[in-house]
Design a protein around this ligand. Structure first.
Ligand SMILES: Cc1cc2nc3c(=O)[nH]c(=O)nc-3n(C[C@H](O)[C@H](O)[C@H](O)COP(=O)(O)O)c2cc1C
Length: 196
């Protein structure tokens, strides 16, 4: 009985990086979130690679079906209870790879609808924060429900170093802030799903 309650409460989080770079700091935030989630319990974070997605072109759709990489991506989002976006800003806005992924999953039927979401970002002076507001705006039309707080922006270039040479997060204070984001996303997802 207890096991079935626990299974019901397990939240599946799809984590998407808006940067495709091998040593991406934002991808590093996701690796760190996966580590932190093991100590939290009740959440399971899966990194979803968006690099195989073709550039959106509706000519690639046929009778409501999509190219295999798009179908696989949409299925991963469908299976998730909530979404963790980790992305820098490119020219003050959402990165092209992330917008491409968002748009593919928005094609009918929109698979983002009614999911909870959180955004974290690492970048330059504003820590990638300007793209967060653009992503929230897009999420209005997609029926994505973002947690409002805590906010997480990280200036990746200001000393002392926040990431090592592999792009792994090494800053303890940032790890604690990331943990608070995950706890907030967990609580909000449970509320939206009516499980608490
Ligand atoms: C096309 C492009 C535009 C960028 N524009 C911004 C920007 O507007 N603001 C900012 O803080 N950083 C900007 N950057 C720098 C990124 O924040 C930086 O490359 C960051 O490390 C990217 O995250 P990543 O390590 O996950 O790849 C830009 C980088 C690129 C490639």
């Amino acid at each position: 009985m207890e096991a079935s309650v626990a299974a019901k409460s397990l939240i599946k989080i799809a984590a998407i990086s808006g940067s495709l770079r091998q040593g991406s700091y934002n991808r590093g935030l996701i690796r760190s979130a996966i580590e932190i989630s093991k100590a939290i319990g009740g959440i399971q974070i899966e990194y979803i690679d968006i690099s195989p997605l073709p550039m959106l072109n509706t000519d690639l759709e046929s009778d409501g079906t999509f190219p295999p990489a798009v179908e696989a991506f949409r299925q991963k989002i469908r299976e998730a209870d909530s979404v963790l976006f980790a992305s820098p800003e490119y020219n003050y806005s959402i990165t092209a790879p992330l917008k491409n992924a968002v748009d593919w999953a928005s094609r009918p039927p929109n698979v983002w609808a009614d999911k909870c979401a959180a955004i974290v970002s690492a970048g330059g002076g504003f820590g990638g924060g300007r793209s967060q507001y653009h992503l929230r705006q897009v999420g209005v039309f997609l029926d994505l429900h973002f947690i409002n707080k805590p906010e997480f922006f990280l200036n990746a270039f200001q000393p002392p170093a926040k990431f090592d040479s592999n792009g792994d997060l090494i800053d303890e204070e940032s790890k604690e802030r990331l943990k608070q984001v995950l706890l907030s996303l967990q609580a909000f997802t449970l509320r939206l799903k009516g499980k608490c």
